[in-house]
Design a protein around this ligand. Structure first.
Ligand code: E4P
Length: 230
């Protein structure tokens, strides 16, 4: 499963990328609004850090506006993926952009029916939001299972990005279901490294090694001491 980082914060992207596990980046208007930088400049900077798909979202309501914005954003870098919301206008725009070779990530997917429509319109990626479904009292991961089942029956050139991830269990469930990608917030990625037994294990190895180093140092010290006596 590929791992994307779900943030527009350059420092976090650089830090996570340095861990060697980041395959791409997803941003959205809310994430971008937290950063004090012009949108296109920010996206350009992100493309310099991560060599993989970088999703940038359009804000227009009509297909015409989305296509115009999408084409502008796509000029920034070859890795730009145009993020388009799951609406009728959005699907019209997805059809136009994808048929011109521009990759589209259809976002705000909350049902398997929406996922199927996005695939039909030519989406290269679809983003079902698991955390927001959980927040609304539904089972977000159940939607991923349904979508993976539907897509297994056909040959769409579409990858599923599990989005709106809230904790490491979402990531593991996504991997067990064979989702193509999980887009993960920085704090969740960070948590995925942790296990108390790993920390205990490192401490025990260090303690044992320190004892062993003492043992090997002792004879040479004694040797020196005896030389000194002579
Ligand atoms: C996906 O691409 C979105 O940026 C994101 O996962 C939304 O998650 P949220 O529900 O935490 O805002």
């Amino acid at each position: 499963m590929k791992i994307f980082i779900d943030t527009a914060n350059l420092e976090k992207i650089k830090e996570a990328n340095s861990w060697g596990i980041v395959d791409g980046v997803t941003t959205n208007p809310s994430l971008v609004s937290k950063e004090n930088m012009d949108f296109k400049t920010l996206v350009k900077e992100i493309c310099k850090v991560v060599d993989g798909p970088i999703s940038a979202e359009v804000m227009g309501d009509s297909a015409e506006e989305m296509v115009k914005e999408g084409k502008e954003l796509a000029k920034i870098h070859k890795n730009i993926v145009i993020k388009i919301p799951m609406t009728k206008e959005g699907m019209k725009a997805t059809k136009v952009l994808s048929s011109e070779g521009i990759n589209v990530n259809v976002t705000l997917i909350f049902s398997a029916a929406q996922a199927l429509l996005a695939c039909k319109a030519g989406a290269r990626y679809i983003s079902p939001f698991v955390g927001r479904l959980d927040d609304a009292g539904q089972d977000g991961m159940k939607l991923i299972a349904e979508i993976m089942n539907v897509l297994d029956n056909y040959d769409f050139n579409t990858e599923v990005i599990v989005a709106s991830i809230r904790h490491p269990i979402h990531v593991i469930d996504a991997a067990q279901m064979g989702a193509d990608i999980a887009t993960i917030p920085f704090d969740v990625l960070d948590k995925m490294f942790n296990h108390p037994l790993t920390d205990n294990g490192i401490k025990r190895f260090k303690d044992d090694w320190a004892k062993c180093e003492n043992t090997t140092k002792r004879p040479s010290k004694q040797k020196n001491t005896s030389k000194a006596k002579k």
